[in-house]
Design a protein around this ligand. Sequence first.
Ligand code: AHM
Ligand code: MG
Length: 335
Amino acid sequence: MTQRISLTRYLVEQQRLEGHIPPELRLLIEVVARACKRISQAVNKGALGDVMGSAESENVQGEIQKKLDIIANEVLIEANEWGGHLAAMASEEMDSIYAVPNRYPQGEYLLMFDPLDGSSNIDVNVSIGTIFSVLKKPEGAQSVEESDFLQPGTSQVAAGYCVYGPQTTLVLTVGDGVAMFTLDREQGSFVLTEENVTIPEDTQEFAINMSNMRHWDEPVKRYIDECLQGKEGPRGKNFNMRWIASMVADVHRILCRGGVFLYPWDKREPEKAGKLRLMYEANPMSWLIEQAGGASTNGRQRILDLQPTKLHERVSVVLGSKNEVERVTGYHCGL
Ligand code: AHM
Ligand code: MG
């Protein structure tokens, strides 16, 4: 029988054999994974668990919150606040940072999350997920401030997501490639099911919300138009399209079989750089994609190099198979 490697064992080996992560970070990731198991249970109950529908409240970005958005946010906070590994947390669903209360020991890490990404899919039983990113608190500071979180994506020490789909899968990087763990519901543990995930450099599949086409900028229009011309057009090959409207599910597909994902700036809200959030969505996903051999830009620059200026900053996103991301980026840069 092939030996099953649990998330716990994988992390212990990362700590012990590879020396990639200190014990506090290992424990922190385990706690996040435990919270994801609880969220997975709540998601699974659906209409049987009184978790469906709107909570009739708005988050800081003016978006209507679903009951499950709030439940997932609370689960992540409760699970993580007392362990002693964190100084503070920040969430897409909270206006400002959540410092660990004084009654608990303070750690040196900062945790950011989108508790339930793909909210519009909750009530229609389509894959959704939790995205997370871990930073180290800058050294020397006694208290913790919002400015401590404003570090570029290159400073992340761990990042990942958990997708709640036909299977619950946790996908993780600590800077040593990308590993996938499938939740074994009978054992209650995440089991390693894929290591050294690699995204093919070329693809014939793109993901974009086509209903926004009339609002796009020229370089995005040009790229998609060339894909749509297929074999007869300048690309000389046919393209397929997928759009799940859950970034976690779209990114998961790209990690599994390649593809390119675009959520570009558009003219609907020209003052915003994009729809997706830099700290909770774009940075962790960009690191995972790069760790799997793909690329990620905002159309012009590498996302991981961007210096955030505020917690809920938005960004334009182009990520996935390297050659396609380079092409889209080239079109923006006039190449
Ligand atoms: P959310 O965090 O409020 O769920 O919003 C982010 C989601 C992404 O998962 C997805 O890629 C995108 O919004 C879909 O947007 P749209 O409905 O405009 O296609
Ligand atoms: Mg989201």
